[in-house]
Design a protein around this ligand. Structure first.
Ligand code: GZL
Length: 308
């Protein structure tokens, strides 16, 4: 009978796996590697079929991947936008195809926020403020000028724009703080080292502080500082963001002063959001990741507990 046929088909239909298309930025940093690992493992744990693409930090590759997910008629699309702008067209194509989009990690600056269901990730402005507050406290007794050099993240990316904004909001309150050089190191160790070498050549012993928008650039800069015969974390105070393993190792070696946490472990939250979406639930427009700050003094105690 029809009822029997339906009953026998039901289990298969019920088991139809949710298909998630995820466009990842690349593999530029320890943070990104941990983020990808979290997404892949969480999809497995959640029984969600993951189509994962790595864009090698190129926006055009992310757009291509999203178009391919639309063509494959995936259930949900999620991505971490490498830069804030230039997403309107492809997001409208996803909307026209009735495929919901979740933004993870980084935001887009599109006005029409109906183009995505939710944005989950850290508050980068607050991360910049935390870095600034730590420095103001560290330098409260410093006489004279405090000269800062800044290694910015990828040009046009939400973390680079917002971490700069938050840091400057705090340090500009005291005129002794001067950002004397600021340039992108594109979130990588190699570029961070290269740009720090240029800073040292140009400014040398005038540099009191390095503010790096992520640990990978800070680790590259530490190599440049040592090759210039200076002591990282002593001759030059170093502040960075992410709190990845490499940062804890540098802090335990006395070469990095502090790292502001930016958790890459978004996989579990993402898969829950995908399931809720397919179950017809409404998601909050913004899901903020909770995170702390780790000065070198606590690094050894915290290190065994770290998950990324
Ligand atoms: C932050 C993330 C940034 C990390 C970098 O959420 O987008 O990109 O801080 C990574 O390490 O490359």
């Amino acid at each position: 009978t029809a009822a029997a046929a339906l009953a026998s088909a039901l289990p298969a239909m019920a088991q139809k796996k949710i298909v998630l298309g995820f466009s990842q930025i690349g593999a530029e940093s320890e943070w990104r590697t941990a983020n990808s690992e979290s997404i892949k493992q969480s999809a497995k744990d959640a029984g969600i079929e993951l189509k994962f693409s790595d864009a090698q930090q190129k926006q055009e590759n992310q757009i291509k991947a999203i178009r391919s997910f639309i063509a494959q008629k995936v259930d949900v699309i999620a991505f971490s936008p490498v830069v804030e702008s230039g997403w309107g067209t492809v997001l409208r194509e996803a909307k026209a195809a009735k495929i919901p989009v979740i933004l993870t990690d980084r935001a887009v600056n599109e006005k029409d926020d109906s183009l995505w269901v939710t944005f989950m990730g850290s508050d980068f402005v607050e991360e910049g403020r935390k870095a600034g507050r730590w420095l103001v406290d560290k330098m409260k007794d410093a006489k004279g000028e405090v000269n800062i050099v800044e290694l910015q993240g990828t040009v046009g990316s939400a973390p680079a724009i917002d971490r700069k904004k938050g840091f400057e909001e705090i340090v500009k309150a005291d005129p002794k703080f001067k950002i004397i050089r600021s340039q992108t190191g594109d979130f990588t160790r190699a570029k961070g080292k290269e740009v720090m070498e240029a800073f040292l050549k140009a400014e040398g012993k005038k540099i009191n502080v390095l503010y790096a928008h992520n640990d990978d650039m800070a680790i590259g800069a530490i190599q440049a500082i040592e090759e210039a015969g200076l002591k990282p974390a002593k001759d030059i105070v170093i502040i960075s963001i992410d709190a990845v393993k490499g940062a804890f190792e540098a802090m335990m070696a006395g070469k990095l002063n502090v790292s502001v946490e930016c958790s890459p472990l978004l996989g579990g939250q993402l898969m829950q959001a995908v399931k809720d979406l397919k179950a017809g639930k409404t998601l909050p427009k913004r899901i903020v990741t909770e995170e702390g700050i780790f000065p070198m003094e606590v690094a050894a105690k915290e290190f065994p507990k770290r998950k990324y």
